[in-house]
Design a protein around this ligand. Structure first.
Ligand SMILES: [Zn+2]
Length: 318
């Protein structure tokens, strides 16, 4: 199923079977002159098998994903790797991390800059370092994200429409929601999908905020996928019933005002059901925010004051 090649090269560094290595990939300098390297930890077993890339911190303020892979690296014993290889990159966008920002300092989003170019914008250069030095070596990619600032995502796996292999791996990961999504232009998911490789995007929690539930489910999901690939031993007694959704859309504020939420992420909702209300200081009318379809709240905003068009509830539907 997977190439299982002996040739394993990251950033022009060959790594033999049975060896582990920290490969530093240069991406650029800070104005202070400090050089920035992406740290990529590689574990290779003695036995051939799939190469799994665990990636986080594409968005520099999405801390839960970085923390999932920090804990994974701290606790992983290389001797327990039964076959194949692991590439672990806990923080791709170091520039955004330093600025506590989703993007790089010029405001561009790395996940809208793939495949990237080493002569392009900073986001494009970060994307290019992954595309050039890491992706050719990986067979399966797990990419860890959270919601944006003030936006919470109930733990969920996203995969591309029609990508059956990712769908099946998504079931193995066993997050509460499994959601099929359209391909986004210039995203990592698009580049990996085009290469015919499976990619799961784990979305859980909120930017800049630590969420133990999101972190623990992420760590458990990694172990479940690696055990499924016969790369580690892992017995999991707790199997969630997964809710499989075919799409999603945001319910937005029709009015500016004070937002009074009535639903929380994870809740089931019916078409026409009131999700929350908006009221301003001058108008006595309460404006309801209703669901357009039957489904589930898969994400929500924590904003108390909203403007017209602000995203309030992310509804996933069958
Ligand atoms: Zn993200």
């Amino acid at each position: 199923m997977y190439p299982m090649s002996d040739d394993f090269v990251i950033n022009k560094t060959p790594i033999e079977m049975g060896k582990n290595s920290l490969v530093k990939i240069y991406v650029g300098k800070l104005p202070s002159g400090n050089k920035i390297y992406i740290n990529s930890t590689v574990f290779r077993s003695e036995k051939k098998g799939p190469v799994v890339l665990l990636l986080a911190g594409m968005h520099g303020d999405e801390i839960d994903g970085v923390e999932i892979l920090r804990q994974f690296l701290r606790n992983f014993a290389p001797v327990t790797l039964k076959r194949g290889s692991l590439i672990v990159i806990p923080l791709l966008n170091i520039f955004g991390f330093l600025h506590i920002s989703r993007d790089v300092p010029d405001g561009k989003d790395v996940n809208r800059s793939f495949p990237g170019s080493k002569f392009g914008s900073l986001a494009s250069r970060v994307a290019s370092s992954l595309t050039t030095h890491i992706l050719p070596q990986a067979d399966i990619i797990l990419d860890f994200h959270t919601g944006g600032t003030g936006k919470y995502n109930f733990p969920q796996i996203r995969y591309s429409n029609g990508d059956i292999e990712s769908q099946e791996l998504g079931k193995v990961f066993n997050a509460p929601f499994l959601i099929s999504k359209p391909i986004i232009a210039k995203s990592l998911r698009k580049v990996v999908n085009k290469a015919g490789k499976p990619i799961l995007v784990y979305e859980a929690g909120e930017a800049q905020r630590r969420d133990e539930h999101a972190i623990n489910l992420g760590l458990r999901g990694i172990s479940r996928v690696l055990a499924h690939l016969d790369m580690i031993n892992f017995e999991d007694q707790t199997e969630f019933p997964i809710i499989h959704l075919s799409g999603s859309g945001w319910r937005r504020a029709s009015q500016a005002g004070f937002f009074i939420p009535l639903k929380k992420s994870g809740d089931p909702v019916k078409k026409g059901e009131v999700l929350g209300k908006i009221q301003d200081l001058a108008d006595p009318i309460e404006y309801p925010v209703k669901s357009l379809r039957d489904g589930f709240v898969i994400g929500n905003s924590f904003s108390s004051i909203v403007y017209q068009g602000d995203a309030l509830y992310h509804i996933g539907y069958y």
